[in-house]
Each structure stands twice: as structure tokens, then as C-alpha cells.
Design a protein around this ligand. Structure first.
Ligand code: NAD
Length: 259
């Protein structure tokens, strides 16, 4: 039985990578999907492919007016908004803190943190109008520790955790649940296409071979967890954080020496 019949889901950065996996899965489980993003060509193509229960809306998550238009588009097309997935994110070109210019710092914080803040701010009234709902923020395992050369990204993802917890407290009485997912290394353009100035893609930086589950994550791995958290099966879960990293944070598995 589809878990999201008569539900409308807005996924930011929904035009590719993990976002399009989330969009397809929600749609397959009965949801109306609103694909929010800045890549209009890919967004429109995905909406066309999925058909009547899908819309693309141009959404730059750093722009509050853009958010207002996206939430209005969801309610106008489908009558309500029930689930918001703050998935859009950008990484900084690897650089030490001393090498990082303020413009880079601000750009990463704007998309990864302010984008999620604006999303919750603008979507909350719509979720309330729907009688309650769900927000899932996509952070990162980099938001759980320190990673050299990624200070803006790491700081932004740490901050999303505080945002999640605060939103969960503020919105719980309105039947709005807010949770965070921390993906490990997931096979998308994000890790395979080095940011400008990067010497190596994150896929090389975090080669999966030494870890408990020695493969990269797939978008579908994250999607399955996201759908659980967005469903009524998770109705008592709010303000929580879920790591999905194949055991990377556990550290390398011990390798038996062979003679
Ligand atoms: N791939 C990984 O290994 C990994 C690991 C941990 C966390 N994450 C997080 O997962 C999320 C999805 O990343 P992905 O792996 O699919 O990478 P991706 O680069 O394929 O997708 C990121 C998406 O964000 C969109 N985006 C960027 N700036 C935007 C803006 N201002 N407004 C709206 N959309 C914008 C991009 O167009 C793109 O569709 C991000 O938040 C990322 O930080 C990724």
C-alpha cells in the first residue's frame, strides 16, 4: 500500500543526485511531488517524465521570495504541502580555514544552512494548514566531526543539527516533526565532480575499501531512510539524527595481515 497517497512532498535540489532519487521514490509511493531546484532543464524533464502528480518549480533556497513561490506552487497544484525535504547543498573547494575567503564561507552557509532555515520558516505555515507534516534536513557525517579543508561545509552541517532540534521543539505541538539525516559518502555528482580548485574528488578522499561496508552509498540507501522518517511509521520521532554511512564513522575495519 503506497505510504504517501494524497500527500504532497517538496524536495529541494530535487533535479538530480540524491534529490531526484527521493522525488522518484515519493512519487512511486503515491505522493504528489514538487521538484524544487535551480536546474530548470533537468527539473522540467523529470516532472514531464513523472506526469500529472509532479511539478517543477524554480527554487533558489537562499531566496525567501523563491521559497514563498515554491510553497504557493505546491498548495496551488495539489491543495496542501505535507513533507519538506531540505536536500539542496553545496560543498566548498577544499581549502584550509586560513585560505578560505569570506565569500566562499558565506556562499556555503547561505545554501546549506540559511536555505534550510528559510525552508522551515516559509513551509511551516503550510504544514500547519495541512494539519501537520514532516521536515527532513539532509546534513552530513561531516556535521558530526571535523574534516580538514572543509570548514564552511562542516560548520554548515553542524549548524543544521541545531536548527533541526530547535524547529522540532517549536513545531512539535503543531504535529510537525523535524529530523536530520547524516549521509556518508554517497555516489552522486557531489563527490565525483571536484569543486573548483579541488585536487581530488571526495570519492577518492574517502575511498570505501577500509570500512565495514566497503562500497559507496547509493542515493537509494538514503531515500529509504528518508521515506521511513517521512511516513507515519516514524510518528514518534522528532529532533533526531540518523547516520547512514556504511560504518565509515566507526573507523577502518581491522585487516588481517597475510604472509
Ligand atoms: N553525496 C554525498 O556524499 C553527500 C554526503 C553527505 C551529505 N550530502 C548532502 O546531500 C545533499 C544532496 O547532495 P547530492 O549528493 O545529491 O549532490 P548533488 O550535487 O547532486 O545535489 C545537490 C543539489 O543541490 C542543488 N542546489 C545547489 N544550490 C542550490 C540552491 N541555491 N537552491 C536550490 N538548489 C540548489 C543542486 O542544483 C543539486 O541539484 C546535499 O545537502 C549534500 O550536502 C551529500
Amino acid at each position: 500500500m503506497p505510504r504517501f497517497d494524497n500527500q504532497t512532498v517538496l524536495v529541494t535540489g530535487g533535479t538530480g543526485g540524491q534529490g531526484s532519487s527521493h522525488v522518484r521514490a515519493f512519487h512511486a509511493e503515491g505522493a504528489n511531488v514538487v521538484i524544487g531546484g535551480i536546474d530548470a532543464r533537468r527539473g522540467a524533464a523529470l516532472a514531464d517524465e513523472l506526469g500529472t502528480r509532479a511539478r517543477f518549480t524554480r527554487l533558489d533556497v537562499t531566496d525567501e521570495n523563491s521559497w514563498s513561490a515554491a510553497v504557493l506552487a505546491a498548495e496551488t497544484a495539489f491543495g496542501s504541502l505535507n513533507v519538506l525535504v531540505n536536500n539542496a547543498g553545496v560543498q566548498n573547494p577544499p581549502a584550509t580555514i586560513e585560505e578560505t575567503d569570506q565569500a566562499t564561507w558565506s556562499r556555503i552557509l547561505d545554501v546549506n544552512l540559511t536555505g534550510a532555515f528559510l525552508g522551515i520558516k516559509v513551509a511551516a505555515p503550510a504544514l500547519r494548514r495541512a494539519g501537520g507534516g514532516v521536515v527532513v534536513n539532509i546534513a552530513s557525517i561531516m556535521g558530526l566531526g571535523g574534516t580538514a579543508h572543509y570548514a564552511p561545509y562542516v560548520a554548515s552541517k553542524w549548524a543544521v543539527r541545531g536548527l533541526t532540534r530547535t524547529a522540532a521543539v517549536e513545531l512539535g505541538r503543531d504535529r510537525i516533526r523535524v529530523n536530520t539525516i547524516h549521509p556518508g559518502v554517497i555516489s552522486t555528482p557531489f563527490i565525483h565532480e571536484p569543486a573548483a580548485g579541488a585536487s581530488a574528488a571526495i570519492a577518492d578522499y574517502y575511498s570505501p575499501e577500509p570500512f565495514a561496508i566497503p562500497r559507496l552509498g547509493e542515493p537509494a540507501d538514503v531515500t529509504r531512510l528518508l521515506l521511513f522518517l517521512s511516513s507515519t511509521d516514524a510518528s514518534f520521532i522528532t529532533g533526531s539524527e540518523y547516520v547512514i554511512d556504511g560504518g565509515l564513522l566507526l573507523g577502518p575495519a581491522l585487516q588481517a595481515e597475510t604472509a
